[in-house]
Design a protein. Sequence first.
Length: 168
Amino acid sequence: MTTTISDFTNVREKLASLDYSSPQGLALLPANLETAISQAEVRQLSETGTVRTLFRRAGIPLEDVFSEDRRPPYIQNNDISWIAPTIFVAAGALSENPNLVSIAYGVLTNYLTDFFKGKQGVDTIVQASIVVETTAKRTYKKINYEGPISGLADMAALARSIQDDNRA
């Protein structure tokens, strides 16, 4: 199991430069947001549609940065691991709803537990990322996780600690 925290590009500026909307709450980011220089290069992970549906069914408010007519193509994952799309948490979203990220990762954990049920002999590795806009200085931090499904529960606590970190 590995968890890393790193600086991330200014999400609002990058989305604006690509002519996409800037989320005020929870959103799913494109897989290559940092490196894309045009909309033609933007890609989203194939699991994005699944996560969007899971969150909608669970009543988790999720903003869409793409309009229906400008949705980027998908990247198909052909690996045994399950790769979640990067979740973005805008500054203040956790203070408005402190359980938002916990609920979101709880939904993912339940889905993945059912998804991998019965697949004996298979190491169920999950890759997940969350980008947090800090409240203090409006910087962006990315938490990357790779490991068993059970480790997803720690993502919410890490996101909260980073978002309120005045040293960010």
